[in-house]
Design a protein around this ligand. Structure first.
Ligand SMILES: *Cc1c(COP(=O)(O)O)cnc(C)c1O
Ligand code: SF4
Length: 353
């Protein structure tokens, strides 16, 4: 085992002193069920002396993962309900997911696709399946955007990425290519001039949606990786999951959103955790989430505000679940709450403010 290659088993985590030996047996049972991987960059961020470390909580297995609730499901957001061909999820008319790989550099303990990713997951589509996926995109002129996800698409080699980009370059109705990735944070050394050139080679607008959940993840190496992407004209947005014990307090959430904006990454989505098997210890209630998100308004810049979303189980897509600040009253009047929670009538009565 070498930390340079990353940690891929319960024994690796113990050898790296990230978990005490007495926890090995419990963690090994989880690792038999769900993939484990921690990159050197993330291992270096973990404080083994802190039993509540928010980085460890995201990547180090917990025996709580073996407790599966009746409402949890293997396909929590209904990918399979909308998959016309292998590797494609087509839920909304104008955009598709293209899942070219089911491997990740890290395995997040709360992952919504935890039954699909990793060595025991769906695997990599065969060349024939990939041909069929591109044929599907080419045949559907309403597809304006292709979202590469997985797994983490940026684990692919520069050569493989350039091949995928060349195929997208040949489909004129696709105008936007988006990557959903954790690589700039968890393996920032992969972001180099060769990778940037491969992404840009499709000749389309390229967006990178970075998944990060705690402000400590935006290390100087991660910020340098994002600078390289943004300076080269790649637009970055963020995605975070609201996670109990990781970022479910106003200070941490505010610091995370500010860290994104400082790195020129526009906060995009804050996801309510999906009903993935064995993840109930990460979920807070929607009311708690709404209160946290409402608390960001007024506290931090408008640039820092994410949209709080829920992926509706069964494949019905995402919904904005932030608490509404406006309530209809009688006869075309409304009550609007300001950022402190005080209610105001709209339109105002008489000369009052
Ligand atoms: C989340 C998701 C998208 C992207 O949704 P946006 O709101 O455009 O970010 C597209 N397709 C599927 C199937 C998704 O789950
Ligand atoms: S990087 Fe994304 S797909 Fe991979 S384990 Fe984490 S949440 Fe799941």
């Amino acid at each position: 085992m070498s930390v340079d290659r990353g940690l891929k088993s319960a024994a690796d985590l113990v050898d790296a002193a990230l978990v005490p030996a007495e926890r090995l047996a419990g963690i090994a049972r989880v690792a038999e069920r769900y993939a484990v991987a921690v990159t050197p960059a993330m291992a270096a961020l973990i404080d083994p002396a802190d039993p509540a470390d928010p980085i460890a909580r995201q990547f180090v297995p917990d025996p709580a993962e073996l407790a599966i609730l009746p409402e949890e499901r293997a396909d929590p957001i209904g990918d399979f309900a909308h998959s016309p061909v292998e590797g494609i999820v087509h839920r909304y008319p104008d955009r598709v997911l293209l899942k070219a790989v089911h491997v990740c550099p890290v395995y997040c303990r709360f992952c919504f696709r935890r039954e699909m990713v990793g060595p025991a997951g769906l695997g990599t589509p065969s060349p024939q399946a990939l041909d069929d996926a591109f044929a599907y995109i080419a045949a559907h002129e309403e597809i304006w955007e292709v979202i590469l996800t997985g797994g983490d698409p940026l684990v692919l080699s520069v050569r493989r990425l350039a091949e995928l980009m060349a195929r997208l370059a040949g489909i004129a109705h696709v105008k936007v290519v988006r990557f959903h990735t954790r690589i700039p944070v968890v393996e920032p050394e992969r972001i180099d001039a060769g990778l940037v050139a491969a992404l840009k080679s499709c000749g389309k607008a390229v967006y990178v949606a970075l998944h990060a959940n705690h402000p400590r993840e935006l290390t100087s190496a991660a910020r340098d990786a994002c600078t390289l992407l943004v300076d080269n004209g790649i637009v970055m947005v963020s995605q975070s999951v609201l996670l109990k014990g990781v970022n479910d307090d106003p200070e941490t959430l505010a610091a995370l959103m500010r860290a994104f904006v400082e790195a020129r990454i526009k906060p995009y989505y804050l996801h309510h955790p999906d009903l993935a098997p064995g993840t109930s210890h990460f979920r807070l209630s929607i009311a708690e989430g709404q209160a946290l998100v409402a608390g960001l308004r007024g506290r931090i810049s408008g640039l820092c505000q994410p949209t709080y979303v829920l992926d509706i189980p069964g494949g019905h897509g995402k919904a904005d679940i932030g608490a509404s600040s406006i309530r209809p009253m009688e006869e075309g009047c409304y009550s609007v709450a300001d950022y402190r929670g005080e209610e105001h009538r709209y339109p105002p009565v008489g000369g009052e403010g």
